[in-house]
Design a protein around this ligand. Structure first.
Ligand code: ADP
Ligand code: MG
Length: 588
């Protein structure tokens, strides 16, 4: 069996009993419909012979009963199947999200064959929301209906068999053709289309999300027309696919109807001679015809469900693809406890993002005792951020060693490592909620005093006080209602709250103007006290604070030392220093 299908069925295992109940209720619904039509047929035929009313009593009660039962069963069946399915979908969303987390960020930014293969945010969004929704069709429309069809088929075969073997055979032959043949045809014709529909729609959505997020840039570069045209092309493709899909479902509806009516006619034609010969009571003639018509309600939904199968499988394949991706890093089976001494040591470190790519870091060595400060400078692209990310173990390095408190990074539980290190990056992501919630991210149970204390130290408190809603001010999507400097100070306040022994600062002021930069640097100065600090910087400010400065170029340490010793060397560091000074003087 197709593995995707098998895994989908496995996911449904916890709701199997509910699904069985739904199938049972579905069968009862169809049987009530059959009962209604056959008893009515019998009632009308028998009444034509003017018997006493008493003789008809049972049939009259039967019509009433089946009429009411049909509606009730249908209602219960829908209730049970939807309830079970929606529960399952809710669980699947959490399941998908938890599978996504360990892939961050390495697997999601991967480059394959020199081509960016990252899962775009629009695409991930689609997988998490729509693809899981698509599975709804699978669980409601694909699982139960075949069971219902099977139950009805067997019961009605026996029922028609009572009137004569030939009637049973006529029924089952047509029933199988429309229950298996037509859906199979629909599946063959619709498979490619529904699969393509899923991927086209995914592409469409990720482009839309991309365009909306980047709309300012698109307009600024006059590219909005091109983007609109591209989206238009995708739209046209989508339209065509939907059209084809509609043709297929129209066709299968027609075929099933045709077969249903053919069965009724064949029954009639075959039964009439039996009545003539006296082998069949004429009263049952209408029962056979209408009973056959009503039985087909059992196979009607099958064609639609088989047509959905392709789409469901494609959606499932896309989900499993993310879920199955191997995390870039693995937690150790026996993690080391958090060390008391947080000295960092890097020995002969070599790293590249992929085997086909050149090394981004080569033979990097340094020791950073607890409480000391290491600064890293160097041109853009020299590997500074990469080194910072390796210290957080976003990726695993190929050669050399990074130890923290004497144990290699790989020996720590990833969560413990994150707890030991606070990070302030170039740009801080804020969630679309209040300032308070954004701060509490760093430490959930922090008290109001702690929150204010941290904000004061980050020089954020006065600003927050000046806002009408204070800490309850909404920051807007991606925190865009705050300025860059304010966002960075939120990040610093977070680091104060988190209060971890190691501090990793990756060009925290690069996007700020000189005056804002000053405020952020002041806040950082307090934060750095008594913490083991690694600071990547583009601005050579307060470099005297550093116990050691590493100058990186093309992934190699080309110079190292303290501020004064490096200036004396008159090397790359000295040139950067001169350059920056002349710029400052020129702008002054
Ligand atoms: P810096 O922070 O010093 O500006 P980075 O560490 O960001 O430099 O980048 C160093 C090199 O690694 C660059 O050549 C960059 O293109 C490459 N690089 C950065 N991130 C990735 C990635 N996720 N996959 C592949 N290459 C990367
Ligand atoms: Mg960088």
């Amino acid at each position: 069996m197709n593995t995707t299908l098998r895994r989908l069925l496995q996911l449904a295992w916890p709701i199997r009993n509910w699904m069985l109940l739904a199938a049972l209720l579905g069968s009862c619904t169809v049987l009530s419909g059959i009962g209604l039509l056959t008893t009515s047929a019998y009632l009308i035929s028998a009444a034509a012979l003017h018997p006493s009313v008493a003789a008809l009593n049972v049939a009259i009660v039967g019509v009433r009963f089946f009429g009411i039962a049909r509606g009730t069963f249908r209602y219960l069946e829908r209730l049970v199947s939807h309830r079970a399915t929606f529960r399952l979908l809710a669980r699947l969303r959490v399941w998908f999200y938890s599978a996504l987390e360990p892939l961050m960020p390495a697997r999601l930014l991967e480059q394959k064959d020199g081509q960016q293969q990252e899962l775009r945010s629009g695409d991930l969004l689609r997988r998490a929301v729509s693809d899981i929704d698509t599975l709804q069709n699978f669980y409601i429309r694909v699982l139960a209906p075949p069971l219902v069809a099977l139950i009805i088929g067997i019961l009605m075969w026996i029922f028609f068999g009572f009137f004569g073997v030939v009637f049973g055979l006529i029924f089952i032959a047509f029933y199988i053709i429309s229950g298996i043949g037509v859906p199979w045809l629909a599946h063959l014709l619709g498979r490619r289309v529904s699969r393509e529909m899923i991927s086209t729609q995914a592409e469409l959505e990720s482009h839309l999300v991309d365009s909306v997020q980047g709309i300012a840039d698109l307009v600024a570069f006059g590219q909005e027309e091109r983007q609109a045209r591209y989206i238009q092309t995708l739209n046209k493709k989508m339209q065509k696919l939907q059209m084809t899909s509609a043709y297929v479902s129209g066709m299968q509806g027609t075929f099933t109807n045709l077969l249903m009516n053919l069965t009724a006619w064949t029954m009639l034609l075959v039964a009439i001679p039996y009545v003539y010969r006296g082998e069949l009571n004429g009263v049952f003639l209408a029962v056979l015809v209408l009973g056959a018509l009503a039985s087909f309600e059992g196979v009607m939904p099958l064609a639609a469900s088989f047509q959905q199968l392709g789409g469901s499988l494609e959606a499932a394949r896309r989900l499993f693809e993310v879920v199955d991706a191997k995390p870039a890093i693995k937690n150790p089976s026996q993690p080391s406890p958090t060390p008391a001494d947080q000295a960092l040591q890097v020995e002969h470190l070599n790293f590249r993002y992929a085997a086909s790519e050149p090394y981004v870091l080569q033979d990097v060595n340094f020791t950073l005792p607890q409480g000391k400060c290491l600064m890293m400078v160097g041109p853009s692209g020299s590997g500074k951020s990469t080194l910072a990310h390796l210290l957080l173990r976003f990726w695993d390095y190929q050669e050399g060693k990074i130890t923290l408190g004497g144990s290699p990074l790989q020996d720590y539980q990833q969560d413990d490592l994150y707890k030991m290190v606070s990070v302030v990056e170039q740009d801080t992501h804020l969630f679309n909620t209040t300032i308070r919630e954004n701060l509490l991210l760093a430490r959930k149970g922090a008290s109001e005093e702690e929150l204010i204390e941290a904000s004061k130290q980050a020089q954020l408190h006065d600003f927050v006080q000046s806002l009408p809603d204070g800490y309850d001010t909404q920051v807007g999507e991606q925190g865009l209602r705050l300025s860059g400097g304010e966002r960075q100070r939120v990040a610093i306040a977070r680091a104060f709250l988190k209060d971890s022994p190691i501090l990793l600062l990756d060009e925290p002021t690069v996007n700020l103007d000189a005056i804002t930069e000053r405020a952020v640097l002041d806040a950082l100065k307090i934060l750095r006290q008594q913490r083991t600090t690694i600071m990547v910087t583009h601005r050579l400010a307060e470099m005297e604070m550093a116990d050691e400065i590493l100058v990186l170029q093309h992934g190699q340490i080309v110079e190292r030392g303290t501020h004064t010793s490096l200036l004396q060397n008159e090397g790359l560091y000295w040139r950067m220093w001169q350059q920056q000074r002349s710029k400052t003087i020129a702008s002054a």
